[in-house]
Design a protein around this ligand. Sequence first.
Ligand code: PLP
Ligand code: COI
Length: 369
Amino acid sequence: MTLAPSSTFPLQFELTPSQDAREEAEREVILSDPGFGKHFTDHMVQIDWTIDAGWHAASVIPYGPIQLDPSAAVLHYAQEIFEGLKAYRHADGSIWTFRPEKNAERLQRSARRLALPELATEDFVESLKQLIAVDGGWVPSAPETSLYIRPFMIANESFLGVRPSQRVAYYVIASPAGAYFTGGVAPVSIWLSTEYSRAGRGGTGAAKCGGNYAASLLPQQEAYENGCAQVLFLDGETGEHIDELGGMNVFFVHRGDKLVTPRLTGAILEGITRDSIIQLALDRGLTVEERDVTVDEWREGIASGEITEVFACGTAAVITPISALKSPDGTIGDENAPAGEFTMSIRQELTDIQYGRIEDRHGWLTRLG
Ligand code: PLP
Ligand code: COI
């Protein structure tokens, strides 16, 4: 099967304005306390793909339910991928996003793994601009708030055979966002899943596909039951190395200006926040090691003082301090430990770039509106 990038490049978008867009006053009430992923803007993007026509019918339409045939492939075989990025309002009112070409490239890699068609980077970035052009008023301006943007692609061919869908749709929805964790930037405890993995060798761990998250829900529930905010997964092959959290990558701060993070094994999602933190740490003159990390190293490192801080990172969570790792075998770290100094300073630097408070020296920002 040929996965045609698009029939006409770049795509031209058509707008159908919503007839029941929220009034400004109603929107402002929502923006004053957005939570995470609870409210959605008035419009969404849709682009269709068929094996014959490639990408076509790019449109911005009123936000609303998607009609799917009960036999649509996505409902049975989970042929679905998604992305997550944010739009930030700067002090002058302009709206920016962070390294969107990286999200476009990751969506393309996820598409290849899930036998879905690739969407060109230019069309991906344009789809964000088109949505912001009509729903820019939904980007909040209070400190540390943003508009979380969720592009996704589903297989919508009506057919029960197990083969790649010949009909696909790409959508972009957006949701005003405050802190991902209810406690804000406060340190969180995480739960070590000893029974379940989220990815295996040759599997879909490096793809951002719904199935990976479905596999993480039961252990995530176990985490909640044990008073933890997230679940930590070990590698599926040996069960010895730390992979990542259900929705975030993980970093260890070592004594003597060293940062350590699990290497990209093909089973870990290549986080854009992870990549950015590595760059910012190198800029500060830190040593960065991408390598295998075991739970024993974590335990011994905390005990000896070699590991001084641990933190999680991702678009939704930004950078969140991890105070302790809990498991049936006991707790590593101290649940009441305060946020680490490096964690908070790298978080400050990253968000200062994203919100335009300091120079964007790596050219990471793209203006959306
Ligand atoms: N790992 C997983 C499993 C995720 O879902 C995410 C979030 O997207 C990340 C890592 C962090 O990726 P990013 O920094 O690109 O948001
Ligand atoms: C993101 O950070 O964008 C994610 O997709 C993770 C999810 C936990 C919301």
